[in-house]
Design a protein around this ligand. Sequence first.
Ligand SMILES: [Zn+2]
Length: 251
Amino acid sequence: MADTLSYAQAMTYNRHIVLPQIDLSGQEALLNAQVLVIGMGGLGCPAAQLLCTSGVGKITLVDDDIVASSNLPRQWLYSHAQVGQYKVHAARDRLHALNPDCRISVISQRLNDEDLAALIQQHDMVLDCTDNPASRLQINAQCYQQQRVLVSAASIRFEGQLQVVDPRQQSPCYQCVSRLFSAQALSCNEAGIFAPVVSAIGTQQAHIALLMLMGIEVLPPGQLMTYDGLSLTWQSFSVPADPQCPVCQPQ
Ligand SMILES: [Zn+2]
């Protein structure tokens, strides 16, 4: 049976509940939602924090990385005192302090396909907050196979991108979009990243996820959104599915 909001929770989320698009039913949908956040860096920190403080009932965090001082400008869940700790452990402590009602599970290792598929199955939605194309392709393929909505994001330098992949609507997937990028994949270590840009993209990921969990679709599935942090502009691209895509096209 679905959980209902306590009186105290209804008071906490009052500013959401007065919005007619959300109402009590939307906030209770968040309370009963289970969201998987993979990657707890510059995208995962703002995304997980907003999911948690906005009232999502259960969040699982996956990351095998430890907190470094070079993370601190953008990864606000962590403090200097937590340098050297697993990110997922430091994040869990901070998120618990922000919202003790939110059940946080953590996994501090990289997952193979089989374990990732089993984990995805236990959740309603997946946020890909990882920092490399190989992980994004793996998560995309497993989400498609398990028929779970994926909110995929990436950010580097002053740029960011977002895509909602919805297998239930047979939308084009991340692999269809990734063929448009150059094969040379620099990391943020090599190319740099401007803290407000990655934070904005992670915030948008949570924004999209929260609305979708409440049944409000804000982005056409498969569409690619790109952000330019030097001109503060978004662009939107309808990317057709790759007819050869092994993930989203029937073989
Ligand atoms: Zn595809």
